[in-house]
Write a protein that binds this ligand. Structure first.
Ligand SMILES: [Zn+2]
Length: 308
C-alpha cells in the first residue's frame, strides 16, 4: 500500500527460497515445510515447523491439505509427533490439525479462545470465516508455560493483537522464537477489529523487545534476523500511523473511509477494506486513550470527532 505521508521505513524482506511441501532444515533440529496456500494474507503459504531430533513438536499444521499432511508425516522419518502447537486459531494454521492428530495421536497445545470474551464477529467487515471458533486445544497453556519434549523445551509467550489467542513460542536455550503471524519479515501483520486489537498488538510488540532472542521463524515468509530491530520499526510505524490519523481527525472530523482516502493513495479497491480495518484498529486505540470519540459501534462511515 502506498502512503501519502512520509513515514518511517520498515525493513521488509520478501525473498524466500523454498519448494512447496519439501522439508528444509532451517537450523539443527528445526525443519520447515511450506503449505501451498498462497494469498494476499498468507504470502507464499503457511509455514509448518518440526522441532526436535527424537520425538517431535509440530508448530502450526497449516491448512487442511492432503499433500501438506503427507509431507509432514514423511518429514518425521518415522519419529513420533508428541505435541502440535497452534499459534492461533485462524484456519490457515489450524485446519490441518484434525487429520494430523487422527494419524499421530499428538496432543494439541494452545492458549485457546473458548475462555475469552469473544468479540462480536457477526457484524465484522472482515467476517469470521477465517477463524475456527470451535477450536479447543487438548492442553490449554498460559503465558510463561514451558512444554518439554525429549530434546526440546518451548516457552509460551501470549502475544495477542493479530488474534486474541496468538502465541509466540521460544525454543529454550536455542535463541529462536517462532513468531507466528505476530512478527513476519515479508509484511506487517493484519490488525482487523474486532478480532485484532491495536492496543494488544503494540503491547505484544513491546513485550518481544524484552526478550533477547534475535532470530524469528514466522508462520509466513522467510526467517527474520536482527528481529528486534524490525520489532522496533513496526512499533514506530504504528505510532507514526496513529499520529497521522489523529492529525487527520483533528483537522476535520473524518470517518474511517475518509481517513483511508487521505492516507492511502492509489489503493486497489480490493484493499480498501483491509486498509479500513487497520485504520479502525488505530481509531479504537485512540478512543481508548481518550483522544477521539465516536458513537458505537464504529463502522467505516461513523463520524469521528476530537473531544477538544
Ligand atoms: Zn496466518
Amino acid at each position: 500500500m502506498k502512503q501519502r505521508f512520509p513515514g518511517p521505513d520498515i525493513p521488509l524482506r520478501r525473498e524466500m527460497s523454498f519448494e512447496y511441501d519439501v522439508a528444509s532444515g532451517i537450523l539443527p533440529g528445526v525443519v520447515r515445510l511450506v503449505a501451498e496456500n498462497p494469498g494476499p494474507f498468507t504470502f507464499k503459504g503457511t509455514n509448518t515447523y518440526l522441532v526436535g531430533s527424537k520425538s517431535l513438536a509440530v508448530i502450526d499444521p497449516g491448512p487442511a491439505d492432503e499433500a501438506h499432511f503427507e509431507a509432514i508425516l514423511a518429514a518425521t522419518q518415522g519419529r513420533e509427533i508428541s505435541h502440535v502447537f497452534i499459534t492461533h486459531a485462524h484456519r490457515d494454521h489450524v485446519d490441518g490439525l484434525a487429520r494430523l492428530q487422527a494419524a499421530t495421536g499428538a496432543t494439541s497445545v494452545a492458549v485457546g479462545r473458548a475462555h475469552m470474551a469473544v468479540p462480536d464477529l457477526l457484524n465484522s467487515p472482515s467476517g469470521k470465516n477465517f477463524i475456527d471458533l470451535e477450536f479447543a486445544p487438548d492442553q490449554r497453556v498460559e503465558d510463561g508455560a514451558v512444554i518439554e519434549g525429549e530434546d526440546w523445551a518451548i516457552e509460551i509467550l501470549h502475544t495477542p493483537g493479530h488474534a486474541p489467542d496468538h502465541i509466540c513460542l521460544s525454543l529454550k536455550d536455542r535463541g529462536v522464537l517462532f513468531s507466528g503471524d505476530h512478527v513476519m519479515a515479508w509484511n506487517t501483520t493484519v490488525i482487523a477489529p474486532p478480532e485484532g486489537r491495536m492496543a494488544d498488538y503494540m503491547a505484544s510488540l513491546a513485550r518481544l523487545l524484552e526478550v533477547s532472542t534475535d532470530l524469528y521463524l514466522p508462520a509466513h515468509g522467510g526467517r527474520l534476523e536482527e528481529a528486534r530491530r524490525t520489532v522496533k520499526a513496526f512499533l514506530l510505524h504504528r505510532q507514526w500511523r496513529e499520529r497521522a490519523i489523529l492529525q487527520a481527525i483533528r483537522r476535520r472530523g473524518l470517518t474511517v473511509r475518509g481517513i483511508v482516502g487521505l492516507i492511502y493513495r492509489g489503493l486497489d479497491e480490493e484493499l480498501v477494506t483491509a486498509a479500513g480495518l487497520s485504520v479502525m484498529a488505530h481509531v479504537e486505540h485512540l478512543s481508548e486513550q481518550g483522544m477521539v470519540s465516536y458513537t458505537e459501534p464504529l463502522g467505516f462511515d461513523t463520524p469521528i470527532s476530537n473531544p477538544d
